[in-house]
Design a protein around this ligand. Structure first.
Ligand code: MG
Length: 259
């Protein structure tokens, strides 16, 4: 539990790192257009992080000892890819695609994490609504991030908003604490999981809230590259994420989303 609480000094570093990460993702998101490749977006984001004195934290990341290390700074998940699609080999974006850009950096020893889903040119009405509802669901989840509430209140709020619109809340991937490591406790599902040990939200926690939402069913699968997570039914998926610090009265977003 104590590992979940960061000191004021650690939080000051996390805020600096979060601002840098936000600049990197904003630069990559601003470059999204038909014809640009995932590798070009990755190069832009990497440059901003390194120029600011940070290191990409997903690059070289392994989930288990046997895994192939993740090959890029950005995850570039297109259309029915939910999360974790590497930016190489380079793929060009096409008008009407949506792309989830997920990024993490380590700055002075501390990690932050964020994601945004961006439209490539003009996208269909149903996909635009999926993106909007997913972003709204993140805001609904964030409203619950305050001392005294439970971690499970976040997922309940996300799930209620998403399911009201008939979309799927991905179960197999969850939000998480963050700090010295890319992923720390607690687990933060985007749905209500009655089996999860209750955790109360307290000041000093640093949390990544990240709804992953599909236009169809929420079941996901992993592609043979061992990384890319896709919607089994092929439906488009959206993903938004911010890192927040829990304060005495609520929370501060330390990785503002690109506007
Ligand atoms: Mg995350």
């Amino acid at each position: 539990m104590n590992d979940m609480i960061k000191t004021a000094e650690e939080i000051a570093v996390l805020r600096e790192g979060g601002a840098l990460l936000s600049r990197a993702l904003s630069a990559a998101a601003a470059a999204v257009r038909p014809g640009v490749t995932t590798e070009e977006l990755d190069r832009i984001a990497t440059q901003v992080i390194r120029d600011g004195g940070g290191e990409p934290s997903f690059l070289g990341y392994k989930t288990r000892a046997t895994d192939r290390p993740f090959p890029t700074t950005l995850c570039t998940s297109i259309n029915h890819e939910v999360v974790h699609a590497p930016a190489v080999p380079a793929r060009p974006l096409a008008e009407g695609d949506i792309i989830g850009l997920d990024i993490g950096a380590r700055y002075k020893g501390f990690c932050t994490d964020m994601a945004v889903t961006v439209a490539v040119g003009e996208v269909g009405k149903d996909v635009r609504k999926l993106m909007q509802v997913t972003r709204e669901s993140l805001l609904r989840g964030l409203e619950q991030v305050k001392p005294g509430n439970m971690i499970s209140d976040i997922g309940k709020a996300v799930q209620a908003h998403v399911e009201k619109h008939g979309y799927g809340v991905v179960r197999d991937l969850v939000g998480h604490g963050v700090g010295r490591k890319v992923h720390e406790d607690p687990r933060i599902p985007n749905y209500f999981d009655p089996h999860l040990k209750p955790v109360r939200i307290v000041p000093g926690m640093v949390l990544c809230i990240e709804p992953m939402v599909t236009l169809g069913d929420y079941a996901v699968d992993t592609l043979p590259d061992d990384w890319t997570i896709v919607a089994v039914d092929g439906s488009p998926a959206a993903h938004f994420e911010v890192t927040v610090v829990v304060t005495e009265t609520g929370h501060d977003i330390i990785t503002p989303l690109p506007v």
